[in-house]
Design a protein around this ligand. Structure first.
Ligand SMILES: Cc1cc2nc3c(=O)[nH]c(=O)nc-3n(C[C@H](O)[C@H](O)[C@H](O)COP(=O)(O)O)c2cc1C
Length: 352
């Protein structure tokens, strides 16, 4: 239905409507119960223990959908195993002028240049104070676009420190750049400058919060290796690979339509191959010893399986959910359960 609403009102307004409905559902226990009954699939074989956290299934909602932590309980009822809220910036910021989110149906993609619109840290703290037992919440953190690059580390630390007690894990977003300020740290020095203060802060805390790094698919292979080495050489707990691409190749959408829409980051189908490739590269280089969250172009249950086979421990979806609708998470979970059952059956066959 949202497909038709988005056709008439635009992608971002239809997203806002969905968020408003899910917020309403969040306040009504019987709605959440109904959503869970209709959409959630639970099975012991779906459960995962990753970086000390228990996930009821490996399928998460990627960052950008619940930017301010307003609907994680409803997303939980819709069957997600975890929700990554954000990107959260220290101060509220509007992002780029609208319209800034577009469907590219011929490509099974979304182009966006939201530019990290965020209601800011204070609002997110209020939202995360609501009880959220049973759902893992990750918090994706970033810098305000007005903050000079040299001071970026302070922004990340401020969000991390203030949200530390409210989120289960943190993702440091060094990949998302639709603010056109060209701030995508790619070197060991620039990434360490952001991560080191977070590690220092965490050392002084009683509770441990895993820290992950979210990387761009547009990094070169050598840069991906550098990010993997950072993970292996420092207390970084894992990598989220990947974000949307600002260099999509071979789009089917007509050139003049793309010109009219303008620049942005593309997610969905054009990303599938590269995202799986990046995850495989990280997995092989780190010899499968670190958790990787695979994200990017997962539009079918088979692509989710391919991502897990490439070495992802958990996956996140966004564009696939927008295109396939609310049943998508349940479909993935059912398909993963069948896979597990088939594998255990064939194992018991060979052991006879
Ligand atoms: C409209 C939109 C907004 C997004 N906002 C964010 C964001 O704020 N922070 C972030 O790290 N990623 C953001 N993303 C990227 C997604 O989290 C995801 O990594 C990317 O879209 C690839 O997954 P997909 O192909 O399943 O959509 C956004 C994506 C979309 C489509």
């Amino acid at each position: 239905m949202l497909r038709y609403i988005s056709f008439f009102f635009g992608e971002e307004r239809s997203h806002k409507l969905a968020v408003a409905l899910l917020r309403l559902a969040d306040k009504t226990p019987c709605c959440k119960w109904l959503l869970r009954k209709c959409y959630a699939v639970e099975h012991p074989s779906l459960e995962r223990e990753v970086f000390g956290l228990h996930f009821k299934n490996p399928v998460g909602m990627a960052a950008g959908f619940d930017r301010n932590g307003e609907i994680f309980n409803s997303l939980d009822a819709l069957g997600f195993g975890f929700v990554e809220i954000g990107t959260v910036t220290p101060l509220p910021q509007q992002g780029n002028p609208r319209p800034r989110v577009f469907r590219l149906p011929d490509d099974g993609a979304i182009l966006n240049r939201i530019g990290l619109a965020s209601k800011g840290l204070e609002r997110v703290i209020c939202n995360l104070r609501h009880p959220h037992k049973g759902i893992v919440i990750g918090c994706n953190i970033g810098k305000n676009s007005v903050t000079p690059t040299d001071d970026a580390a302070q922004d990340y630390l401020r969000v991390f420190r203030n949200l530390y007690q409210y989120a289960d894990y943190f993702t440091v977003n060094v990949s998302y750049n639709t603010t056109f300020k060209q701030y995508v740290p790619r070197t060991r020095e620039s990434v360490s400058k952001i991560l080191d203060p977070l590690f220092d802060f965490r050392r002084g805390q009683n509770q441990y919060r895993p820290i992950l790094l979210k990387i761009s698919p547009d990094l070169t292979d050598a840069e991906i290796d550098t990010m993997t080495d950072i993970m292996m050489d420092t207390p970084l707990d894992g990598i989220v690979a990947t974000n949307a691409t600002t260099k999509p190749a071979g789009l089917k959408t007509a050139g003049d339509t793309l010109k009219r829409i303008g620049n942005g980051a593309v997610s969905g189908k054009p990303l599938t191959k590269r995202a799986i490739e990046v995850v495989r590269r990280i997995h092989e280089r780190s010899r499968g010893t670190y958790p990787i969250i695979g994200s990017g172009g997962l539009m079918t249950a088979d692509e989710v399986k391919a991502m897990l086979d490439a070495g992802a421990t958990l996956v996140q979806i966004y564009t696939g959910y927008v295109y396939n609708g609310a049943r998508f998470v349940g479909d993935i979970c059912r398909s993963l359960t069948e896979k597990e059952n088939n594998e255990s059956e064939s194992k018991s066959d060979t052991s006879i």
